[in-house]
Design a protein around this ligand. Sequence first.
Ligand code: ZN
Length: 135
Amino acid sequence: MPSDPPPVDKKKWEVGEKNTSAVCPQCGRTAPRRGTGTRKPRDLRDSKTGRPVEIEIAFPVYECKRCCRGHFNEDLAKWGIGPKRHYTKRVVDLAIHLVKNENMSLRGASRKLLEEHFVRVPHTTIQHWIADLEE
Ligand SMILES: [Zn+2]
């Protein structure tokens, strides 16, 4: 029987906490901050402790009233958070690497992420990541 996964290592990140405005990605004008959003992306397990990692990230949300964009979030790519914010970019990159470079099946890559990193990624999600890559 597989043993129970070790307890999750929870990490809190706060990014851009002092930001009061940002450039609207649609119209390029300055938009004021309207609040703070949070996400809990899953990361690869900690290489030192071996424990699964869940990050709680708080980030600014802005609102542009000068075009139809409305609310938009701080760009989290530079913090290593993947585009959909459910996983870090390290998880996305490893999944893509397993399929593209190590010729694993989508289900095989999904299983490896779960067994070795305790990160549950549906194989259909990995399929979407690869499709996005090839667009
Ligand atoms: Zn705008």
